[in-house]
Design a protein around this ligand. Structure first.
Ligand code: FES
Length: 127
């Protein structure tokens, strides 16, 4: 028996995803609101989470029971993830995270603390 049909963890407690690599806190808030507005709060749970050791690729989101990982999620992506995946069961392929190796995969940082080689989007006010 599962308690929730889908259980989502958003990296909001790490050092990078919440406000440097993107807007993890905004992603979490938007996802909670979208699920609530869809009347699905009883079957889809959105939780804060600590670092997934994928810093620089974030904001990171993981969806269970599928074990689908998403990277560089923005608040603007949330509606699509909720409608297609969390409610419809169809993962959003364009946002899926497929790391080159299993285990930790943190990107190197440039002098400004940005993950080297990764384009934005960056949260407003952090550039
Ligand atoms: S801070 Fe989010 S994966 Fe490390």
């Amino acid at each position: 028996m599962t308690v929730y049909e889908r259980h989502v963890f958003v990296c909001t407690r790490g050092d990078w995803c919440p406000a440097v690599d993107g807007d993890g806190l905004g992603v979490h808030a938007a996802m909670k609101a979208a699920v609530r507005d869809a009347g699905a709060a009883g079957t889809v749970r959105i939780n804060h989470a600590g670092c997934f050791s994928q810093c620089g690729n974030g904001p990171m989101v993981v969806v269970y029971p599928e074990g689908t990982w998403y990277a560089a999620v923005t608040p603007a992506d949330v509606g699509e993830i909720v409608a297609r995946h969390l409610l419809g069961g169809d993962p959003v392929e364009r946002l899926r995270y497929d790391p080159p190796d299993g285990g930790p995969h943190k990107l190197q940082r440039d002098g400004a603390g940005r993950p080297a080689g990764r384009p934005g989007p960056w949260p407003a006010g952090s550039e």
